[in-house]
Design a protein around this ligand. Structure first.
Ligand SMILES: [Zn+2]
Length: 330
């Protein structure tokens, strides 16, 4: 009897602890969300824009890509960054074996994703989507989340979608519903590349919440495409994540202006920042012009501090918010 009691009590403790310790999923498996530390939430290491009908891992030399990308990640590690969220979806060059090699060699924890990218006129959606239901799609994404991607045991840390403008097509409605089903089954957060600003973003949020997804599991990717701050305030006020992710050395003032407005609205705790930098571009000789990941560390943080943001604000933007956005609370 006592044994049974201890066993049940033990299970209760394990359950309680796992709830108290949200985790996240890197290409090396489950980690405590706290371990993410300084994080870039939206970057790329390799992208292939050839289109879903022609894409293949044979279109590039993985060893060459590895050699070209690795120094950029090593440099990032030296600057104090510990996690890079790799946002390249399936049919756009997602290569999880390459991501794991790069993570193991650089020390930077890397997250990959499941889901479909329906932006860019749906060029990166496979033709098979026409014959599949949202439930069919969700089934394959949940399988990736539970068992691994492309025959590996590497699992996604989030769901990545892409959408253009309203009105949403049948395929876009399908991927949004599939993401909701996948979230409800796995707890994975849903990051949605949103090409056209606030109206489609708020519609995504409405549709997802209608299907049972909490606002805090939704990330509005490329929120900077919307110039009217009232949309950002509304999305963040509803509990969503608003991601300003195109920072480079030329637009520091613009991003600082946005962040000041979000802080003045007491919504900095719903804001994510990143650079959308990288990447080895398949099809270009040597991967083309790789944009390094250094801007946030070399110029943006010093400029933020100079403009009145505190060390605590920077910790919020680069450590606490990413850990909360990518935590899986189950
Ligand atoms: Zn991107």
């Amino acid at each position: 009897m006592l044994k049974i009691f201890l066993f049940v009590y033990g299970l209760f403790i394990v359950q309680a602890c796992s709830n108290l310790n949200p985790h996240a999923v890197s290409v090396n498996g489950k980690i405590p969300a706290k371990q993410m530390s300084v994080t870039l939430v939206h970057e790329h290491v390799l992208v292939d824009f050839i289109g879903a009908d022609k894409i293949s891992g044979n279109r590039y030399d993985q060893d060459e890509a590895f050699t070209i990308i690795l120094p950029h990640l090593k440099s990032l590690y030296q600057k104090g960054c510990r996690t890079l969220i790799e946002c390249t979806p399936q049919y756009l060059g997602r290569d999880v074996a390459l991501l794991k090699r790069l993570s193991d060699s650089s020390g930077v924890q890397i997250f990959t994703n499941t889901g479909y990218y329906g932006a860019s006129g749906e060029k990166f959606l496979p033709a098979s989507i026409l014959n599949q239901t949202a439930e069919d799609l969700a089934k394959s994404w949940i399988l990736e989340a539970r068992e691994g991607i492309d025959g590996t045991s590497i699992r996604p840390g989030f769901i990545k979608l892409g959408v253009d403008d309203l009105p949403f097509s049948t395929s876009i409605l399908k991927i949004l519903k599939a993401a909701a089903i996948t979230h409800n089954a796995t707890g994975l957060p849903i990051a949605v590349h949103t090409s056209k600003g606030g109206k489609p973003a708020l519609e995504e949020l409405r549709l997802l919440t209608e299907d049972g997804v909490p606002a805090g599991a939704w990330i509005w990717v490329h929120a900077q495409n919307e110039k009217d701050i009232t949309y950002h305030i509304e999305a963040a006020g509803k509990g969503g994540w608003v991601e300003f992710d195109g920072i480079d050395n030329s637009n520091t003032e613009e991003y600082i202006g946005i962040l000041h407005k979000m802080k003045a609205s007491k919504l900095l705790h719903r804001v994510l920042i990143s650079q959308d930098a990288g990447w080895y571009n398949v099809g270009d000789a040597g991967g083309g012009n790789f944009r390094n990941y250094n801007s946030i560390f070399d110029s943006f943080i010093p400029a933020l501090l100079k403009s009145g943001f505190t060390e605590k604000d920077i910790e919020l933007l680069l450590v606490e918010n990413p850990a909360n956005a990518f935590a899986i609370n189950r």
